[in-house]
Design a protein around this ligand. Structure first.
Ligand code: 5GP
Length: 204
């Protein structure tokens, strides 16, 4: 059976990866997005089990001990992780999966799932990123400097990704991510090639 593919999307906060992922999913392909678990508190408008599975630190650590995560990382002092259960089940059923996770988590996935496809979303410039974060209105001068520093740190890891998409225009960035996914869904490997040949032969 052809298993689902694993798409990993990273990029600094404010690059627009959340919006892009949502649009790609809304198109209704054979693709799902994993809901991460986090110890951070919900923001206004965030719904438990939809945006994140919000848990306390003890519950998160218990799942680490049970080897229940594909990856997990400490981001801005909170724990974030991708539970194995849904993701592996979907892939087994041939459904593709998107993970929207930070660079540390993505590199853990690279180790355990080298056949994953790694996409990095970039803001057009640091100046533009600053404007976008400012527009959210939740940052002080210090937290802004920290966010931009973290963004630069994430961008420094871009060489470890397979694709890069610059989000200068949202519509075009969404189109590019869709194109990458479509191309990867059409990619052949030896096992699939053999399966296709056999299927066509059977019909002869
Ligand atoms: P936020 O708190 O703004 O929702 O997310 C902060 C960062 O954590 C973002 O870069 C986001 O991609 C990342 N993140 C969200 N879920 C996960 C996860 O399951 N694992 C890892 N490693 N990072 C995550």
């Amino acid at each position: 059976m052809t298993k689902g593919k694993l798409f990993v999307i990273s990029g600094p906060s404010g690059a627009g990866k959340g919006t892009i992922c949502k649009e790609v999913l809304d198109e209704g392909r054979n693709i799902k997005m994993s809901v991460s678990m986090t110890t951070r508190a919900p923001r206004v408008g965030e719904i438990d089990k939809i945006h994140y599975n919000f848990v306390d630190r003890d519950s998160f650590e218990r799942l680490i001990e049970e080897d229940g995560f594909i990856e997990y990382a400490d981001v801005y002092g909170n724990l974030y992780g991708t539970p194995k259960k849904d993701v592996l089940g979907w892939m087994e059923q041939g459904i593709d999966v998107i993970l929207e996770i930070d660079v540390q988590g993505a590199m853990q996935v690279r180790q355990s799932y080298p056949s994953g496809i790694f996409i990095f979303i970039l803001p057009p410039s640091i100046e533009e990123l600053r404007k976008r974060i400012e527009a959210r209105g939740s940052e002080t001068r210090e937290t802004m400097a920290r966010r931009l520093g973290m963004a630069m740190e994430e961008i420094s890891s871009i060489g470890r990704y397979d694709y890069r998409v610059i989000n200068d225009d949202l519509k075009s960035a969404i189109g590019k991510v869709r194109a990458i996914i479509t191309a990867e869904q059409c990619r052949l490997d030896a096992a699939e090639a053999e399966m296709i040949v056999n299927r066509y032969k059977e019909e002869l």
